[in-house]
Design a protein around this ligand. Structure first.
Ligand code: SF4
Length: 741
């Protein structure tokens, strides 16, 4: 029998609509859904492989417990009880601070992970929470927190209307976009050019994105913040800038940035002063323009400054919160706000035990996980809970991470694979497959370049004896708390509290609705569906339980499987500001105070070689490497190097070199390319599947090398705790000049 399933791809931020053809219970083909209101049929190679992930024999179907150093399959009751008892024992003996949690990136791509992690982390009660955010986008959260009062109020490039797109350290041709949810970046970029606009990409590598741009500028890794500062100074020098009254601090920003001129940053960035001045004029005079910085700008020691300055450039040119500029999406599930102003954002409410790192969004830098496990003393981390993450490959100083994981007294992993991290666990709890889950992009609806809502029911029913992911997370929560409440009861209590609060929000269309009536309506769903229904119906487009009959509800999304278009982005300031004064802060004092550190790089001679990462279309951080069709063919985990550097080193294509940093050493095959700046080498991240105890059969055949062996756990952006993964000083030494054999 042949059936069709329409669902949103959960693999990356692009949120493409997919059309799955199911024959006799298995996926025959996956195509882009042409009727999807946002992606219009776009799909990338990864999206075609969801069926292979579902059917992968390496995917865990039952929980595992390590007994006598071997994993054995056990019942769910036994596994959950063992996980809870192990964590509880550490808490009882040493306190909650002797535990830690690491939360991986897949959680933001999954409904249960987005909605049920908070109670689990609360039950654990540890201050030691780590996540993939501090090897990725934490600088953006911090800069937006300080400027707009909320770390989740992030402006995205309005690429469908802009006339000028300036991209720094971003490669959406390979990544499919990040902190800017937009299926089909190539098509949307082409549309900018077709309507007469211009795209400039600034990157140490002439990526596919750069090649599709109108202009590409090489820049020395780690200097983006200084260059954007010089653009701002150039704009401000040119004349008076008039901004709305609610944007405050322009004079402070101008004074603080005065030392960053087109001339003063030229040597460090390698961008000539006349080019900087020309780009500043082009940007400021375009009918609309937007600067957009991503991984290459965030994963440096100056990530927060770069993130702030990108939005400051948008602001001083009149392009913040303006069509074609940087705009704030209005997600279908965001809590509506009645007036500007809120609690604001602060960091450093407590500090890490060993390094004294300030807390940011309730997290510690992932680069500090090792020291918290390995440093003796009160509060030493002895037990770890990992949910959908692979810190053994994803965070700095990976070799020491593995040693630290071995040192733990107890570890639980929630993962569908026995990864290089999960294999260290005592208990492994695998959620159902990606096609056995419902889906709604909780996080990415707040980053969409056009407001959209889309819900996917499960494609396949999960096996009856396999709990849903939300049930696993809630059962683990109960086990840690030592309570014997049924999961359904806990879920009901959480949903009822959420509903009660939402009905008292005067800005909600559901304000004042009778709670009993509303509860009856939402309770035809359970679990994440009920929470989603509450948030949709009480959200800015919600049906308000009848006050806005054409508004959103979960049922309405179910009835519209290709999604609902909620229109282009609209200006949201100052109403959206969550700063206590309701204003937008252009020159947060902590950022101004950090500028001398940035200024110091202008006079610092650069090291002979620096390492940067690179994204790959067929790769998704450390996973998707177990899908044969995505990894077959030519070697992808190569050290990309300019031919001029290779000549000096005496290495040919296919030869290999040893790359040494302060943190470690790897040998990597060389790929020569004129596309990378001399003095810069590049390794993709997420590889290094050489652990014989992991269960990743396909990935192990093409292991690649782990670039995070080279990243240093002490190299972090002090404002956000984000690791430096780009611009790492390295030395190169020849291993073999030619391909072996
Ligand atoms: S671009 Fe992202 S969301 Fe779209 S098909 Fe590929 S992996 Fe899935």
């Amino acid at each position: 029998m042949t059936t069709m399933s329409i669902r949103t791809c959960p693999l990356c931020e692009a949120t493409c609509g997919l059309e799955l053809t199911i024959e006799d219970g298995s996926v025959k083909v996956i195509r882009g859904d042409k009727e999807d209101v946002f992606s219009h049929g776009f799909i990338c190679p990864k999206g075609t492989t969801l069926g292979r992930l579902h059917e992968d024999p390496d995917r865990l179907r039952a929980p595992l417990i390590k007994k006598n150093s071997e994993f054995v399959e056990v019942s769910w009751d036994e596994a959950i009880a063992a996980a809870g008892a192990g964590l509880r024992a550490i808490i009882d003996a040493h306190g909650a601070s002797a535990t830690a949690a690491y939360v991986g990136n897949p959680n933001v791509h999954n409904l249960a992970g987005s909605l049920y992690l908070r109670p689990l982390l609360k039950a654990l009660g540890s201050p030691n929470v780590f996540s993939a955010s501090t090897v990725d986008q934490m600088p953006k959260h911090v800069s937006c927190g300080a400027m707009f009062g909320s770390p989740d109020l992030i402006p995205v490039p309005d690429i469908d209307r802009t006339d000028y797109l300036l991209m720094l350290g971003a490669d959406p041709y390979e990544s499919n976009g990040s902190l800017a949810t937009a299926p089909d970046w190539p098509g949307r970029m082409a549309a900018i050019q077709e309507r007469g606009g211009k795209i400039v990409t600034v990157d140490p590598r002439k990526s596919k994105t750069a090649k599709a741009s109108d202009e590409h500028l090489f820049i020395r890794p780690g200097t983006d913040a200084a260059w954007v500062a010089a653009l701002i100074t150039t704009v401000l020098e040119a004349g008076d800038v008039e901004l709305p009254d609610f944007m405050i601090g322009l004079a402070d920003a101008k004074e603080a940035l005065a030392g960053f001129t087109a001339e003063s940053v030229a040597a460090a960035t390698t961008i000539p002063a006349e080019t900087t001045r020309r780009i500043a004029v082009e940007f400021a005079t375009a009918p609309s323009a937007v600067a957009y910085g991503r991984m290459g700008t965030h994963t440096t020691e100056y990530g927060t400054l770069a993130s702030w300055l990108v939005d400051l450039l948008n602001a001083v040119t009149g392009n913040l919160d303006s069509p074609g500029g940087a705009m704030f999406p209005m997600a279908a599930i965001v809590t509506p706000q009645a007036a500007p102003g809120g609690r604001g954002f602060q960091t450093g409410r407590y500090r890490s035990r060993v390094g004294g790192h300030p807390e940011v969004r309730g997290e510690m830098p992932s680069a500090a996980l090792v020291e918290e496990i390995q440093t003796p003393g009160e509060g030493q981390v002895r037990a770890l809970l990992v949910v959908g993450g692979n810190p053994a490959r994803s965070i700095p100083d990976s070799e020491r991470v593995e040693a630290a994981l071995d040192q733990l007294e107890f570890m639980v992993a929630v993962d569908v694979y026995l990864t290089e991290t999960a294999r260290h666990a005592d208990v492994v709890l695998p959620p159902p497959s990606v096609l056995e889950r419902s889906h709604f992009d909780v996080a990415f609806t707040s980053l969409m370049v056009r407001n959209t809502a889309n819900y996917s029911p499960p494609t396949f029913e999960k096996p009856d004896d396999h709990p849903a992911e939300w049930e696993i997370l809630l059962a683990l929560t109960a086990a840690i708390q030592g309570n014997d409440l049924p999961v359904a009861h806990m879920d009901e209590a959480g949903a009822a509290a959420l509903l009660a609060k939402a009905l008292t929000n005067p800005a909600s269309p559901a304000f004042g609705t009778d709670q009993v009536v509303a509860w009856d309506e939402v309770s035809r769903f359970t679990g994440p569906q009920r929470i989603l229904d509450i948030r949709l119906r009480t959200g800015p487009y919600g049906d308000g339980f009848g006050t806005n009959p054409d508004g959103l509800s979960l049922q309405k999304l179910i009835d519209n499987p290709h999604g609902i278009d909620l229109g282009p982005l609209e200006p949201r300031l100052p109403l959206a500001s969550n700063n206590p004064d309701g204003q937008v802060h252009l020159a947060p004092s902590e950022f101004v105070a950090d500028l001398p550190r940035l200024a110091a790089i202008l006079d610092t001679p650069s090291t002979p070689f620096v390492l940067v990462g690179r994204r790959q279309l067929r790769s998704n951080n450390s996973w998707m490497h177990n899908v044969e069709v995505l990894v077959k063919g030519k070697e992808r985990c190569t050290l990309m190097m300019n031919p001029a550097d290779a000549d000096v080193l005496g290495v040919d294509p296919g030869g290999s070199v040893t790359v040494t940093s302060e943190a470690g050493q790897v040998d990597a095959p060389v790929e020569l390319s004129e596309d990378i700046m001399p003095g810069v080498v590049s390794l993709p991240h997420g590889w290094g599947h050489d652990d014989p105890e992991a269960r990743l059969t396909v990935a192990a055949r093409r292991p690649g090398v782990n670039s995070n062996v080279l990243s240093n756990r002490t190299d972090i952006d002090p404002l956000s705790g984000n690791a430096r993964l780009n611009g790492i000083p390295v030395e190169l030494a020849l291993v073999s000049s030619h391909r072996a054999g």
